[in-house]
Write a protein that binds this ligand. Structure first.
Ligand code: SIN
Length: 379
């Protein structure tokens, strides 16, 4: 162990970063044979079935937010990661489009905050969808044209708006959290054994095919006994789930459209990252899109998506991925301290947002977590 730490120290590389770089590599492309795929049902000695609270959510409550009855969900845990729950696409057929449309058309709207606000005026970022749809729908793939605002979107924050510089939330930077996403989060977390989850902050990440997300821990929330919920739409990704130290080698898994993760208990504060976006498996996106016609016939409580809106969403998600993380920031009766300083997200070299578009891991050297024991290799 000491020998391994010493050699990592010499190479300036920790175990997580090594795996991150492996999956981020373009040439030659990495071997994916060790990546867990919950969608195929292929058993792995690491996968266990997760126990859900079947009585916590009625079928009607689930359908209202576009979900299958909880008894039909395929929910898994991972050996060695207590509190981690992976739910393989529990959406009703035809219901993902409504959530994709919310992520692309509704949530980027004011008063929510996005990366474009950092260097554009409020009037310029007022209607990202409206200003993008025409170009997106008439664009020919042959021509190189300037990117639309939608294509330049990297992140949106909801509720308590995450401050990327101070890595904190604060009472005075808050706008109402979207009611529909609050309900969806409430039902999912209740089924996972966390009744009364109060969705207070959200971060949406918009990934293009060459995007990645650096190694980090989400610890800015003041109450870590509440879970972190993650929802994915569009193209697939490799998600790496590590340990409490960067020396713990992470487990790699695929996240496909509709998949969800709940990080709770001992898994709430683990290092994680997304080194790579991948094309969705064959037929996967077609089934998401096909279902849209069902949604138009209104098989659930989610709002139907118009043909025009869905055409734009389809174009976008054919090459992109959207991830939504939902957080409860404050515990019952808790309030923000006078000077927020101690509750921070431990990011590995993130600047504006935490997308690492061209990660070579160098930026990760600049900063390291203080949450590991002293026998970790220092970078
Ligand atoms: C993801 O994109 O799957 C992860 C997002 C995050 O960790 O914030």
């Amino acid at each position: 162990m000491a020998k391994m730490a010493a050699s990592l120290l010499e190479s300036g590389e920790d175990a997580f970063r090594k795996v991150f770089k492996f999956y981020r590599r373009r040439n030659p492309p990495p071997d994916y044979s060790q990546v867990i795929d919950f969608s195929t049902g292929v058993p792995s000695d690491k996968i266990v079935l997760a126990k859900l609270d079947l009585a916590a959510v009625t079928d009607a409550e689930a359908a209202k937010v576009g979900l299958q009855p909880v008894r039909d969900w395929r929910a898994f845990g991972l050996q060695g990661y207590p509190g981690f729950i992976f739910i393989s696409n529990p959406f009703l057929p035809g219901c993902q489009p409504s959530w994709v449309r919310q992520c692309l058309k509704t949530y980027p709207q004011k008063p929510n905050v996005c990366n474009l606000d950092m260097h554009m005026s409020p009037s310029e970022t007022q209607d990202i969808w409206g200003k993008s749809v025409h170009s997106l729908s008439v664009r020919s793939s042959a021509k190189r044209e300037p990117k639309t605002l939608l294509e330049r979107l990297r992140w949106v924050t909801l509720g308590y708006h995450y401050n990327w510089d101070t890595k904190t939330y604060s009472a005075n930077h808050y706008t109402p959290f979207p009611a529909d996403l609050h309900s969806l989060s409430l039902q999912i977390t209740a089924a996972c054994g966390f009744p009364g989850f109060n969705a207070e902050a959200g971060i949406l990440n918009y990934y293009r095919s060459d995007s990645s997300l650096g190694i980090h821990v989400d610890e800015s929330e003041l109450d870590h006994s509440r879970p972190l919920l993650s929802l994915s739409f569009g193209q697939s990704a490799i998600f790496l789930l590590g340990g409490v130290c960067r020396q713990d080698a992470p487990t790699a898994m695929f996240m496909h459209s509709g998949d969800m993760m709940v990080m709770s208990g001992q898994s709430r504060l683990l290092y994680h990252a997304v080194p790579r976006i991948l094309p969705a498996p064959q037929g996967h996106m077609a089934s998401v899109m096909e279902g849209c016609s069902l949604s138009l016939q209104d098989s659930s409580g989610v709002e139907a998506v118009s043909k025009e809106d869905w055409a734009v969403c389809c174009r976008y998600i054919q090459s992109s991925r959207v991830n939504v993380t939902v957080r409860q920031v404050l515990g019952p009766g808790q309030s923000f301290p006078e000077t927020p300083s101690s509750h921070q997200r431990t990011d590995a070299g993130q600047t504006a947002g935490y997308h690492d578009r061209a990660t070579d891991g160098e930026s990760e050297k600049r900063k390291r977590s203080s949450s590991c024991d002293s026998d970790d290799a220092q970078t």
